[in-house]
Design a protein around this ligand. Structure first.
Ligand code: BGC
Length: 758
């Protein structure tokens, strides 16, 4: 049965409860800003105050049975958006109520967290950042958007742009790591991927930059704890990815949960009004994090729900996610004159504008017939494989143990994550998704069909305190069962020519409400690793994890270590491709790996101290162990070697405001083709403020054949050389001397000087 896809809402209908289409038609023309504004005013003009407040209300569909029934609220025009639903039929049914039965017939915006894939799962965002290839993230989110849109989702709560410098914080997995420059590149790429060339592009969704701002700096790495960030830190480190998202045209922002300098982010007018709209000119709308408006009371900020509604709206939160506080209190606040109708309308306008831009007034429904075909597209799996291959970081490869020969007869694959589809897909998967990843065991079996692949999981691992999102009710292994599993794993390894150990963290060990104090391998994994290594067999450690882990013993005793992160649907294939040499790894760490959790927060862009790392007694270090990273930011090995030489700065001196060109020559000095991520770091030697001893200001991932040489060029302009100064109270660029390094990680030694002059 054919139904016109782009028919107008009134004509378009549900056909036997299913929306179907076989005719591909051109997308409607992109409306101009003036057209959007005129249409918004026309809709606004026919709305009652209750409906206006309804647009500011996002309903918790599905998840919370005691929440108001979406259909009833929508029929009265009491909701602008619904989240936590993932059912095309239900979307269409609710949309039908909105556009046919509600007073002003305004379509709903269905939102859901699509973080690293909908059906085809990509590496977690921290892994994608390890590719140092923004195109990987852009293509991944393009696929995610296409599948999500086919599933009826119009708006994703991503990308997550929180800089994270403390690996104890579980949500480090959702972002691009510790660095603002890399973070900004990944932010813009993800926005482009989700939204396409313009807001409302077919097969795309609206993106949401979250969590604004400073969430990753939670005290002690404990999720939700307050952040204390002086303005210099906020502006130089935590804001850049968000500003990059605004520049890339992101449609929405999400306000964070935690107190920022004692003012909750969801009641923070400095963040949401002064900076986001005032300075950056953001035109979209802000949604709170889930229940965050109501939580203003819990956090000891607002007196009661009414006060919370006032403070959040006044701060600049347009839409209340799930807490119903706006629905309960905004009308009363307007009635008694605390708020003006104009305040409500100012929040409604950008929400309606997004609905107009998304074409929802013309085409509110999802074509249910497309879904099966879209999620089965073979190119989606291909993109997921490529993303996984490019995301993995080779941390160690003594005596060139890797790549392994494909002629191996017996391989033991050991570890609790080796055959876990959940751990391979990683954290933050969409609701109702059935894990379907290629595991490490499956990947190796597929690579070596003729070999004997034996698998033993060893003892299970689990959180000491269960995840609030836990679904499994499976009873834990008894100590006896764990002992037997341990013995079996060692015996299996004893029989093999090579042992691949897949260790790390389960998917629920990182993510929201998943902070931990230690960064050690959980459970008995370290013990198992040491017992297997003692057998004297060649051992390859494959890490599956959502946060950096302190693997100090392995870093000295296990000859080969591959950081695979949580690599997604094609993870096992990508791992096998790398282990057996079909793919040469080229990923680099987007985070510092600390020797232990107690060293966190640990990041490379620290300031020099009065007694820099000189080996003297009065240095800024602990006396009970090295403070240096186990692996530095930007680090990653390859099966080939590179030399980086001939660093040239175009001029020894440039004028403030002018660009300076920096070049270096990179040569593949090994015998196989490979990728190097060439990184440029600067240091401003003096100024109004002390500046970090190193800051990433350029990078490029290049592929070179053996013997091939390439010149990599970077430009340093005011964006790279300026900074927000505490003393000046604004962003400045100073006439000062600079160091510049170009190399393969943040310890790069190839150095030059230049100066900026008036
Ligand atoms: C998380 C957000 C997420 C929201 C909606 C919250 O608990 O902090 O990142 O987008 O839920 O699922």
């Amino acid at each position: 049965m054919d139904v016109m896809r782009w028919a107008v809402a009134g004509v378009f209908g549900l056909v036997a409860g299913t929306i179907v289409s076989a005719t591909a038609q051109a997308a409607p023309p992109v409306p101009s800003d003036a057209e959007v504004a005129a249409r918004v005013e026309a809709v606004l003009g026919r709305m009652s105050i209750e409906e206006k407040i309804g647009q500011l209300t996002q309903l918790a569909g599905g998840l919370f049975p005691d929440a108001p029934k979406p259909a009833d609220v929508i029929r009265k025009g009491g909701a602008g958006s619904v989240l936590w639903l993932n059912d095309r039929k239900e979307f269409n049914a609710l949309q039908k109520i909105a556009v046919e039965e509600s007073p002003s017939k305004i379509p709903l915006l269905f939102g859901l967290d699509v973080i690293h894939g909908y059906r085809t799962i990509f590496p977690v965002p921290l892994a994608m950042a390890s590719s140092w290839d923004p195109a990987v993230a852009e293509r991944a989110q393009t696929v995610a958007a296409k599948e999500a849109r086919a599933a009826g989702i119009l708006w994703t709560f991503g990308p997550m742009l929180d800089i994270a410098r403390d690996a104890r914080w579980g949500r480090i997995v959702e972002g691009a790591g510790e660095d603002p420059f890399l973070g900004a590149a990944m932010a813009a790429a993800q926005v482009r991927g989700f939204q396409g060339p313009y807001l409302g592009a077919p097969d795309h969704v609206v993106a949401c930059a979250k969590h604004f701002a400073g969430y990753g700096a939670a005290d002690g790495g404990r999720d939700y704890d307050p952040s204390y960030l002086p303005e210099t830190r906020l502006r130089n480190v935590y804001f850049p990815p968000f500003q990059a998202a605004v520049k890339a045209g992101v449609g929405t922002f999400m306000s964070a949960y935690m107190d920022l300098n004692d003012v909750p982010a969801s009641g923070n007018r400095f963040l949401l009004h002064d900076v986001l709209r005032g300075e950056w000119g953001f035109q979209g709308f802000v949604v709170s994090d889930a229940f965050a408006v109501r939580s203003l009371v819990t956090q000891g900020f607002a007196r009661d729900g009414r006060d919370a509604a006032f403070r959040a709206l006044h701060a600049g939160v347009d839409m209340d996610m799930a807490s119903n506080t706006y629905a309960d209190h905004l009308a009363g606040l307007v009635k008694d004159g605390t708020l003006q109708l104009a305040d409500i309308e100012a929040a409604v306008r950008p929400i309606l504008a997004i609905k107009v831009r998304m074409g929802l007034f013309e085409q509110p429904y999802t074509d249910e017939s497309k879904f099966a075909q879209v999620v089965a597209l073979p190119e989606h799996r291909k993109e997921a494989l490529l993303a996984a291959q490019r995301s993995m970081v080779l941390l160690r490869n003594e005596r060139r143990l890797l790549p392994l020969a494909k002629t191996l007869g017996k391989v033991a694959v050991i570890g609790p994550l080796a055959d876990s589809q959940e751990a391979t897909e990683g954290s933050w998967i969409v609701f109702d998704h059935t894990p379907a990843a290629v595991t490490v065991v499956a990947g190796i079996r597929a690579k070596l069909p003729g070999a004997k692949i034996e698998y033993a999981p060893g003892p299970e691992i689990q959180r000491d305190i269960a995840s609030p999102f836990a679904q499994s009710t499976k009873p834990a292994q008894t100590p006896e069962q764990a002992k037997a599993a341990f013995r079996k794993a060692v015996a299996t390894a004893r029989n093999a020519d090579v042992v691949v150990m897949a260790l790390g963290e389960t998917a629920d060990m990182a993510g929201e409400a998943a902070s931990r104090a230690s960064l050690d391998l959980p459970g008995r994994q370290e013990e198992l690793l040491e017992a297997v290594a003692a057998l004297g067999k060649p051992v390859v450690l494959v890490l599956l994890n959502g946060r950096p882990l302190s693997i100090g013993w392995a870093a000295e005793h296990v000859p080969a270590i591959l950081e695979a992160w949580e690599p997604g649907s094609e993870g096992g294939h990508a791992i096998a491709d790398i282990l057996f040499g079909d793919v040469n790894p080229g990923g680099k760490l987007p985070v510092t790996i600390a020797r232990k959790g107690a060293n966190e927060p640990l990041y490379y862009a620290r300031n020099l101290t009065h007694s820099p790392e000189s080996g003297e007694r009065y240095t800024s270090r602990y006396w009970d162990g090295p403070t240096t990273p186990l692996y530095p930011f930007g680090f990653g090995l390859s099966y080939t070697t590179f030399s980086i030489a001939n660093l040239k700065v175009a001029a020894p001196q440039v004028k403030v405001g002018s660009p300076v060109a920096v070049t270096a020559e990179v040569t593949n000095t090994g015998s196989v083709a490979g990728d190097e991520v060439v990184q440029l770091y600067i240091h401003q030697k003096a100024g109004s403020d002390s500046r970090p001893m190193r800051e990433l200001k350029g990078f490029e991932r290049i592929t070179l054949k053996p013997g091939e040489k390439k010149t990599v060029a970077f430009t340093l302009g005011p964006d790279e050389l300026g900074y927000w100064s505490t003393q000046a109270g604004k962003r400045i660029q100073e006439a000062e001397a600079f160091d510049v390094w170009v190399g393969a990680d943040s310890f790069a030694t190839l150095h030059a000087d230049f100066a900026v002059a008036r």
